[in-house]
Design a protein around this ligand. Structure first.
Ligand code: FAD
Length: 270
């Protein structure tokens, strides 16, 4: 039964077929990056394989929220998926930036950019689900999920990819491989692509809160000596807190009970 998952539903482009490859492009990772690329290739004429290790419902369930910039919204518009995303996310039309030891506030409004909005805040599911649904309208993309890439071998013209589907390992050959398997990409590591990183000695605390008053679609960011602190608006008058602090301080904040946490939050934002 698993064998049929990899059987071709569309033909690879002429050059790919001539070289004996199964796919023009294989994307490892069906997170936001991998899915966006796969959807964007809908009318490319390329035969694409998208491989995601986690079951679809688990991939959607990540409790993360993102500040989405205008340029990203234009990418989603270009793909044709923005109309499905927009009703599920918050739009912010004011940004207030301040410094912990300076009383002034810098404000940005859409008129500063000549746009209608300044940006958006989206929960993971609000982005991932419409992209997963859009994929069904992409006959050139084969979505293999759950399936895990366990080995890659680079060939003169492309790459051989071992994919674990259930208990079985199957090998496919693709002209191009895209590593969209997250920030600690094993595909990137195996390809010998180096990264340059450094420590900030900070942790990031994230939380959802529901304010008593309307958040009025305002995004706040305050810069403390210990790290930046942001309050981002979400649909349903909820807010996402993104609170950066040195590791020990962050650990102590996480150990507070709800009442103490809210008190510290009020103190921190001022
Ligand atoms: C606290 C926090 C706040 C952030 N805020 C923002 C923000 O405001 N705006 C923003 O743009 N970014 C933000 N980011 C960064 C953002 O999370 C990442 O840039 C983004 O999620 C990366 O998406 P991705 O698809 O590359 O990776 P991931 O979401 O990690 O997805 C990778 C996928 O690949 C799959 N996978 C991994 N290995 C394999 C394999 N071998 N075979 C098959 N599948 C595999 C995984 O199951 C996963 O689904 C934030 C990150 C954090 C931690």
């Amino acid at each position: 039964m698993t064998r049929s998952l990899l059987s071709p539903i569309i033909s690879p482009t002429a050059i790919t077929a001539k070289l004996g490859y199964d796919y023009d492009l294989a994307i490892v990772g069906g997170g936001i990056i991998g899915l966006t690329l796969a959807c964007a290739l809908k009318d490319s004429g390329l035969k694409v394989l998208l491989i995601e290790a986690r079951v679809q419902s688990a991939a959607v369930a990540k409790g993360q929220a993102y500040a989405v910039q205008l340029i990203s919204s234009r990418i989603f518009q270009g793909i044709g998926v923005w109309d499905k995303i927009l009703p599920q996310i918050a739009t912010f039309n004011q940004i207030r930036l301040s410094d912990s030891d300076y009383p002034g506030v810098v404000q940005f409004h859409p008129t500063d950019l000549g746009t209608e909005d300044l940006g958006y805040v989206a929960e993971h599911q609000a982005l991932l689900q419409p992209l997963q649904e859009f994929l069904q309208e992409c006959p050139n993309v084969k979505y293999l999920c759950p399936a895990e890439v366990v080995k890659t071998e680079y060939l003169p013209d492309g790459v051989a990819i071992d994919i674990k589907i259930g208990e079985e390992i199957q090998t496919i050959r693709s002209l191009l491989l895209v590593a969209a398997d997250g920030s600690r990409s094993r595909i990137r590591e195996a390809a010998g692509i180096n990264t340059r990183g450094w420590q900030y000695w900070q942790s990031c605390i994230v939380a959802f809160v529901k304010p008593e008053k309307s958040h009025n679609n305002i995004a706040y960011e305050k810069f403390h000596a210990s790290g930046p602190f942001a309050i981002l608006p979400l649909p349903g008058n909820r807010c996402r807190i993104v609170w950066t602090a040195p590791h020990a301080e962050a650990k102590a904040i996480c150990a507070l009970d709800d009442e103490q946490f809210l008190e510290e939050l009020r103190r921190r934002y001022g």
